[in-house]
Design a protein around this ligand. Structure first.
Ligand SMILES: [Zn+2]
Length: 391
């Protein structure tokens, strides 16, 4: 497969900073291969061996982690901070607004609560579209930017939060965004801030996953838009608190398309971003090694375990730690979209998969360890030994 060029400046032969292969569900549409590079021209971080566009469509349709049973209303408060930022930038409540990649719809729920009354949504995951229609009464449609389900010149603002890091061809998708806007429209964009990954590192290589294939900083996000003929109205950094244990640094920007193509010269190299990505790799490797040594000590003489969680951390641990050498009795996860699948030769599903097994349970999350421990002890009343990832 030909390596992917830089999604911003099209440069090839970047610097490879990290490679790993994740253990995914058997018959997963995506490849677990993750080859993260830094562009030598602009400094952008990206996965240069992602899967095909068709594979991503299949993945988001069937397996998205965003297709949870959460209602948009239950998610709304997580978006309070972003909604406050948006209101400052775009206070007109009667504007027509499209949320591209609305996910579980929490941001839309918050905007509706704040009085925005002309909201629409699109997402590639059917469960997300259905949830937003049902709980918010918003015109939500299934689709991707390559074939948008709304006609051109339809919206004053397009919003896209947590989407740009997923896109194979973000420059092409910016053209699609521009087409959806009326003249003098605007795009409000939010994406993880890769120039601060190291500062917020809590699980090794968490940000290098099968879905996040672009790693932007404020400067590189701005460069992407400028090079595609947009102008910056606002650009900033912030931190979102998703759960009491999980905060995420983000970049946000408001951009307006200029008339016609306006390709600016090659961008400056974002050294701060490149350096941060490299220190993120070093620190993640140290943390992963610490987890492996801890598990090796605690699991000495053990041949079989249950793994709690089928997410990103499990995918990494099953391929890079002692867990790859053990028999996995089951991978327990509450996401109903995962039930009935298999991973590392083990069935994936709810707690009933424990059966009569009384060996150790490895909780494959650092940030939610205490919540999982409570479920295992207090709700399920299992007496199995419970192992955290760090001692
Ligand atoms: Zn580049």
């Amino acid at each position: 497969m030909i390596a992917r060029p830089c999604p911003i400046c099209r440069s090839v032969e970047p610097e490879i900073i990290h490679r790993h292969k994740l253990i995914l569900f058997e018959d997963h549409p995506l490849s677990g291969e993750c080859e993260t590079v830094v562009c030598k021209t602009c400094g952008l971080g990206f996965n240069q061996r992602p899967s095909t566009a068709e594979a991503y469509v299949a993945h988001y349709a069937a397996l998205s982690k965003y297709a949870t049973s959460f209602s948009p209303l239950a998610n709304a408060d997580k978006f309070s901070r972003l909604a406050d930022i948006f209101i400052d930038l775009y206070p007109n409540r009667s504007s027509s607004i499209l949320d591209v990649g609305c996910g579980a719809g929490g941001f839309l729920a918050k905007l509706k609560e704040y009085g925005y009354r002309n909201l629409s949504a699109m997402d590639p995951t059917p469960a997300c579209v259905t949830g937003v229609q049902r709980d918010l009464g918003i015109d939500a449609r299934l689709g991707v930017l390559a074939e948008p389900p709304f006609p051109p010149n339809s919206f004053d603002v397009v919003i896209s939060t947590g989407v740009l890091e997923h896109l194979l061809l973000p420059a092409d998708d910016l053209k699609a965004l521009k087409n959806l806007l009326v003249p003098f429209g605007a795009a409000f964009i939010v994406t993880p801030d890769a120039s601060r990954y190291t500062e917020f590192l809590d699980a090794p290589f968490q940000d290098f996953n099968i879905e996040h294939i672009n790693h932007f900083s404020p400067d590189t996000l701005n460069t992407l838009f400028i090079r595609q003929g947009w102008q910056k109205v606002a650009l900033g950094q912030d931190v979102l608190s998703h759960t009491p244990k999980w905060s995420e640094p983000v970049v946000y920007g408001l951009f307006r398309p200029l008339a016609g193509e306006n390709r600016s010269p090659l961008p400056a190299f974002d050294k701060k971003l490149a350096d941060n990505l490299k220190s993120y790799v070093r620190n993640s490797a140290v943390l992963l090694d610490k987890i492996d040594r801890h598990l090796r000590r605690e699991l000495a003489g053990i041949s079989e375990v249950i793994v709690w969680g089928a997410g990103q951390t499990s995918s990494l641990l099953l391929s890079q730690t002692i867990l790859k050498d053990l028999r996995i009795r089951a991978v327990v996860d509450s996401n109903p979209a995962y039930a009935g699948r298999s991973m590392a030769g083990a069935p994936v599903g709810g707690p009933e998969l424990r059966g009569s097994f009384n060996g150790p349970v490895v909780v494959a999350t650092i940030r939610e360890y205490q919540a999982v421990e409570r479920i295992i002890r207090e709700t399920l009343k299992w007496d199995n030994r419970i192992l955290s990832l760090i001692g």
